[in-house]
Write a protein that binds this ligand. Structure first.
Ligand code: GDP
Length: 300
């Protein structure tokens, strides 16, 4: 948590400072409120959310009358936490059920950090004393299976893979079978993120899921989004949400952007909670998403 704060603060404090500065002005006229809204939009919160936050704040400030910096910060924090969904359940389903492992599918466009997230998630689970199998069902990207294998060795998880270009569904099937045979706690399936056509994606992910479900329940479908891609990431999220039932978002590369506002937008538009955040390329750079800590971090 301390690390989350430090990293986010480093990349995002500019946003918080600007906002708090604007809100602390002696007179808040229409222009000032427009600037506040623009700052929120600039942080990728999306126009609708930015407008809502601004309007709510404006109402609260009007009611309060006096505004100390502490009051302003508290109001802003309250509003942002509310928009993010402060009390939403963000727990990950990673428990074995019956004699079956939990199955976690990791989906998303190539380059967003899918494979890295699988590795880091493996690390978290193994660190918790669980046993893990990972399936390299991203058979499209040449290096993905090698990369996952490296992660497996690093975190102590068996990796099931096939040759490049193999049917992703068959790799996923084998990985889950291996997980059942080995009686592990969880199977993490890395998938291919070709976004060539929506139907192609739907066919592929749908098939992977159906094939997995022949043997075990899919407990989580985690969509990986790269926070640095802003509105583009939002568009990806819409497409994936249409083709597969997403249970949670992993927002990666938050260490490299001042635009974490996409958290707010994803939550609100898709109703899917952000469950984890990626804060770097290392094995320990995956953290649970905590709205209060997140907002504290961006406000600096
Ligand atoms: P995939 O194609 O979606 O499987 O993406 P990869 O897992 O190969 O990641 C793409 C690049 O992003 C790699 O260089 C990763 O090291 C990097 N990456 C992944 N997650 C993070 C993160 O949270 N922070 C940073 N800074 N880099 C990340």
């Amino acid at each position: 948590l301390v690390r989350l704060r430090a990293r986010l603060a480093r990349s995002q404090s500019g946003f918080g400072k600007t906002l708090l500065g604007l809100l602390s002005r002696d007179t808040l006229d229409d222009d000032a409120w427009d600037e506040i809204e623009d700052t929120l939009i600039g942080a990728d919160m999306g126009v609708a959310v930015a407008r809502q936050v601004t309007e709510d704040l404006r109402t609260k400030v009007a009611v309060l009358g006096t505004r100390t910096p502490e009051e302003v910060r508290a109001l802003l924090k309250e509003e942002l936490v509310k928009q993010i969904g402060g009390d939403i359940d963000r727990s990950l389903k990673t428990e074995r059920h019956g004699n079956k492992p939990a199955v976690i599918m990791v989906v998303g466009v190539n380059g967003t950090g899918k494979t890295t997230t699988c590795g880091k998630l493996g690390r978290v689970l193994v660190g918790d004393g669980r046993t893990v199998v990972m399936g390299a069902a991203d058979t499209f990207r040449a290096a993905a299976a090698d990369q996952l294998e490296t992660w497996g060795a690093r975190v102590g998880a068996k990796v099931v893979r096939k040759e490049e270009g193999a049917d992703p569904a068959s790799v996923a099937f084998d990985a889950v079978k291996q997980g059942i045979d080995d009686k592990v706690d969880a199977v993490i399936v890395d998938t291919a993120g070709r976004l060539h056509t929506k139907t192609g994606l739907m066919d592929e992910l749908g098939k992977v899921k159906r094939v997995v479900e022949k043997q075990a329940e899919v407990d989580e479908v985690l969509l990986v989004l790269d926070a640095t891609t802003g509105q583009n990431g939002m568009q990806q999220a819409r497409v994936f949400a249409e083709v597969v039932n997403i249970t949670g978002i992993v927002l990666t590369k938050l260490d490299g952007t001042a635009k974490g506002g996409i958290v707010v937008q994803v939550q609100r538009e898709l109703g899917v909670p952000v469950k984890l955040v990626g804060l770097g390329e290392g094995p320990d750079d995956l953290a649970p998403f905590e709205p209060e800590a997140f907002v504290d971090a961006i406000l600096g």
